[in-house]
Every structure is written in C-alpha cells, then in structure tokens.
Design a protein around this ligand. Structure first.
Ligand code: COA
Ligand code: ZN
Length: 308
C-alpha cells in the first residue's frame, strides 16, 4: 500500500486535553487513544511528561501509556520539556519524544520556566540519553508564526533554531503556530524556506484555528510542499501558558478537506466523526468541529414531504 498523500498526526489527547478544566478520567483517555488508533492514525501524541503542577490535566500520562493498545504501525508520541520528562516517557515506552521550545524567549520562560539556553541544554542531554535506543525524536518550534507576548518572530530566528535541532540529530521538526497568529502568505514563505533544511517527510505543521485561519494555513502549507499536519479531534486544544490560546485545526475537518480534494490520508472519516461526537461527554462542552455537526457532504437528506 502506498503512503498517504497527507500524514495527519492526532494531538487531541495531548494538546486537546491539556487545557480542559474538567478532569478527564484515565479510562476515557485510554479509550480515546484506542479509538484513534483503530481509525487508522500512523501517529498519535498521547500525552505529555511535564510537571503535574504545570498541567494537572495530563498528570496520568504514565498510566495512559501503560494501558493503551499498541497498534502495529502507529507511533505513540510523548511531549517532553526536559530530561526528567524524557526519562519518564522512556519508562512509559513512548515510541517518539517531542521536544518543545518556543521561538519567543518570553513564551519559553512562561511555558517552560527557562530560556533557549536551558531548553537546548536539556535537549542535548536527551539526545545523548536516547542515542542507540529505538526511540525517535521530534523537535517543535513553538510560537514559530508569532508570540502573544513578543509578536512576530523573524524567519531567520526560526531557521537558526531548526538548524540547532538538526545539529542534535532529531528525526523530525515541527513548526507550531501556538496561538493562531499565522497567515497564509507567511506560512507559504516560511514553509518554503524551512523545506530547504528539512525534507517534507520530516516536517510537520501545527496550526491553531484561533483566528479562523487554520485550514487556509494548511492549504498554503500544502501549496508550499508540506504534507504532515498536527490536528486535534473536534478542534480541541490550546497552550495553557499563552493568553487567548484556543483549539488546533480540527482533525475530521482537515481529513474531510483532504478527501474532498482527492488527497488520501489513510484515515476512516466516519469513525472520526463518531469519535468526535463523543467528545462533549468527555470534556463537558460542545467542540469546535464543523463536520461532526454537519455530517459528510455525501450524507443526503430526504426532501420535505410537500416537495415530493
Ligand atoms: N515531569 C514531572 N515533574 C517534573 C518534570 C517533568 N518533566 N520536570 C520537573 N518536574 C518537577 C520537579 O521534580 C520539581 O518537583 P518538586 O517541586 O516536587 O521538587 C518541580 O517539577 C519543579 O522542577 P523545576 O525543574 O524547578 O521546574 P520548573 O518549576 O521550573 O518547571 C517545567 C519547568 C518545564 C517542568 C514546567 O514549566 C513544565 O512542565 N512546563 C510544561 C508546560 C506545558 O506542558 N505546556 C504546554 C505544552 S507546550
Ligand atoms: Zn498546539
């Protein structure tokens, strides 16, 4: 079977749930991840091994990893901020570590309690710790398209951080628009530039729909050559340490866009819709997704009796 045209990494169990104020039971998190596995994801970000004081919603990360089904062909990813997080993630048998540092020093201090020097020193130790282990490492540039404290982030700065990541020997790089500040022109330019450093099969774009530009930015990134995207079921999500943060691009809405435009994702869209419709029960509120409300474009309705 050929590889899908678009690789969608589901980040709902991590980015989606980290900001939810109501506690989601561990069993419900496990069932969500298992449902996502069965819907065909090749990559799922399951949780984060961060300070439980910083993100109490994900304090059960180890237990979630211990209880999920490991579907062959699915890579189960853990977000980690520091060496302690990496050690916990390795202990939990994560397949891949996602290291996160913000382009903005200010946001990195607020989010991670350290500057670039601190994060990069931690990442160097993590790279040493995983050398020789069958564990992949991805590194994310958060606030790559703008920071709610500092504003615009120069493309040269992003390219320099990506170069530092590549020096560490990472397997993949993610550019994250943490608070939905990106616009399509900026996305096209930055993606073209970074594709000069990172091949398309190792570069992921992580957009938030905070200002309604999420899917437009996906299209702009695709036009520039990107083919890997992070999304969250139901469009849940957001960074608890960024003012005004809100949901990721919605998984099933993006998958629908891909399928309607002839791009295969390898995902079972009706299964995603069913999973998304179960989210309000988990999080206690409606979600942002459009497709779960509207149904597929091919779901036809009988005309009213009077018109028959
Ligand atoms: N997992 C669990 N506990 C951790 C940890 C980790 N990865 N890293 C540090 N801790 C614990 C320490 O053991 C210490 O515990 P104690 O108070 O019981 O002694 C406490 O957290 C403080 O440790 P310190 O190294 O001083 O960290 P800090 O308070 O400066 O916080 C981070 C730094 C990175 C741990 C914290 O800012 C964090 O977890 N940030 C993640 C935020 C996030 O997830 N944002 C959204 C995703 S991008
Ligand atoms: Zn995010």
């Amino acid at each position: 079977m050929s590889a899908p045209a678009v690789i969608v990494q589901e980040v709902g169990p991590r980015d989606g749930l980290q900001i939810e104020p109501a506690w989601v039971e561990t069993a419900d998190k496990v069932a969500l991840v298992d449902g996502l596995s069965r819907a065909g994801f090749s990559r799922i970000e399951v949780s984060s091994f961060v300070s439980p004081k910083a993100v109490p919603a994900l304090r059960d990360a180890a237990e979630v990893f211990a209880r999920i089904e490991r579907r062959p062909g699915t890579v189960y990813v853990a977000l980690v901020p520091n060496l302690k997080g990496a050690e916990r993630a390795l202990e939990a048998r994560a397949d891949e570590l996602n290291l996160v540092m913000s382009a903005s020093e200010t946001h990195n201090h607020v989010n991670m309690g350290m500057g670039h020097d601190g994060s990069l020193a931690a990442f160097t130790r993590i790279a040493e710790a995983v050398r020789g282990l069958p564990v992949a490492v991805n590194a994310t540039v958060a606030t790559a398209f703008g920071c709610p404290f500092e504003g615009a982030q120069p493309p040269d700065k992003i390219a320099a951080i990506v170069a530092r990541y590549l020096d560490l020997g990472v397997d993949g790089v993610t550019l994250a628009d943490t608070t939905g500040m990106a616009n399509p022109r900026q996305v096209r330019d930055l993606v073209r530039r970074i594709l000069g450093q990172v091949p398309a099969d190792r570069l992921t774009l992580h957009f938030h729909d905070t200002r309604g530009l999420g899917l437009v930015n996906v299209l702009a990134a695709q036009e520039a050559g990107a083919r890997r995207f992070d999304t969250s079921l139901g469009g849940l999500g957001g960074c608890p340490f960024a003012p005004g943060a809100s949901g990721n691009v919605c998984t099933e809405d993006l998958v629908n866009l891909c399928h309607e435009t002839g791009l295969d994702t390898g995902l079972d869209l009706p299964a995603l819709i069913r999973l998304s419709r179960g989210l309000p029960r988990l999080v206690g509120h409606d979600s942002r997704g459009q497709l779960a409300k509207a149904g597929l474009a091919c779901d036809l309705h009988p005309p009213p009796a009077a018109a028959a």
